[in-house]
Design a protein. Sequence first.
Lengths: 332, 327
Amino acid sequence: MSRAEVRGEPAEETPAEETPAEETPVVVPAVVPAVVPGAGQGSAPGPGAARSPSALWTLGLFRSELLITFRRWRTLALLAVLAAVPVLVGIAVKIETSDGSPAGGGGGEGPAFISQISNNGLFLVFTALAATLPFFLPMAIGVVAGDAIAGESSAGTLRYLLVAPAGRSRLLLTKYATVIAFCLAATLVVAVSALAVGALLFPVGDLTTISGTRITYTEGLARALLIALVVAASLVGVAALGLFVSTLTGSGIAAMATTVGLLITVQILDQIPQLDALQPYFFSHYWLSFADLMREPVYWDDLVKNLGLQALYAAVFGSAAWARFTTKDVTA
Amino acid sequence: MAEPSATKPERPDEESADDAVIVTRALTKRYRGGQLAVDGLDLTVPAGSVFGFLGPNGSGKTTTIRMLMGLIEPTSGSARVLGLPMPRASRTVLPRVGALIEGPALYGFLSGRDNLLRYDAADPTADPRTRRERVAAALDRVGLAAAGGKKAKAYSLGMKQRLGLAAALLQPRRLLVLDEPTNGLDPQGMREIRSLVRELASDGTTVFLSSHLLDEIEQVCTHAAVMARGRLITQGAVADLAAGARGRLVVTTPDAGDAARVLKEQGAADVVVDGDRVTAEPPERDLAEVNAALVAARVRVRGFAVERASLEDAFVALTGEGFDVAG
């Protein structure tokens, strides 16, 4: 228990005398200028860098973490699937509307904005985000977040990171930052793919908001970017939940499956009318509020509720993950 | 490269910890479920020693090492590494400790070199500007310079072991904790690791080497401790431990029966005849007299020697058991 508190305080032992000494071996600056981008800030005085290396090396660890995440085939496959969704939607709409009939004309069902795509390719961005947000995006986040700690644990690499020593709080924070970065990357992959496919298959130009006003294509692009950011922020809660699950088990697969299972369960519960008292607390409840950004003026209520809820989930499950991870016996 | 820096902080530590690099007092770990893995361990590892940590599988060696490295919280008792309390001072202690714990663990989809870069990035005291050089030097030191670009999943067990060792050698260390470092290595690799350990020790690095290969410990270690069933059975200098079990007198002769009789007359105890070999505990008197007595009794002696006790003899003498897995 006490380890968590103790870790936080600065090691009071002897760093004052010894850290400058540890920095002295840096007498070989000749060969390694541009290896680590982060090196720039801390490279000036040796002792200073050693005394408080945290900012510098936390960046180094974060960079290493990003590399590990994005060089994995699994991550690339997930991103490829996400990029394929707008392509499929775009082609389907193109085929359906090739005879001149409006898309989604049958029952008016389908993801938001789908009926507008054939008029303006930019709407494919909104449609694709609305189509991937309920499942594909959070599933990808669940896989990456669930694997974050548990995957290192089952591979045994966690113990070497900890004896390096990466520091438990810092490692966890770096992991969370990396998962958030992945949320952003995943959302942008969907948005950019949709933008490209939309521009290729459909006409682009000024567009009409939900409220009926017309905005320019440039402003539409800005709204699309804003929506992508809001969608990425909507995933922060799932990311924290996945990270917490990841600290509970030593099996990466179990953590991924649990996170994705929770995601599906919550989505189902969100559909049951009898649970409407609980539903405002489900992390997915206000997800589709991002469509309100396409109103004129923007309708903020649900958007703010969504972001507040995500912050709450991040705080609660982030703390739980921290409490668990900093006191856990690492036996794998 | 940092030898000058490594020596400076040594003094305050050593004063406070009485010249020992690792000191544990009544260190105990009881896992959830009640299993007592380590029971009141009082271990002292002198600075500059090559310390062999012996014990059957399941005797608590790895749990002890994990507590020393701050991976596991002790149930009770204390552990000090480099004079500082663990796990409290992890951030100060661990950068000066290189560790290979329960075999290497690698990112299979990364090359050997990238694995080391990753581990080095996790070390707060590692200078990013010298990272590539230090990684190259570590790869070279364990003989992986040529295979550094290969994906780690294509490595053989021995190569993985070497890469794990390289990770422990990324920085100049004051203490190296090596858990079964020669596992999976071929005889040539084992010899290389042994000479590497000796080389590191001669540079002043304390090496804490756990193994179940008594042979290995005896060849490289200056000190040793023996654990069984979570308890420390003995610790001390290897020479003293081996001396605890006395050597045996071995007489090789075609006249084994006569030899055995004469040896008993000369005061030797525990005489055992095995073919043309007669062994016994050497009597107190001058062995030259014993030999003369054998010859006088017309025993034809082919060989006459005292065989030094091995650590294994010492181990068996101490535990009264073989080297089996604890139940």
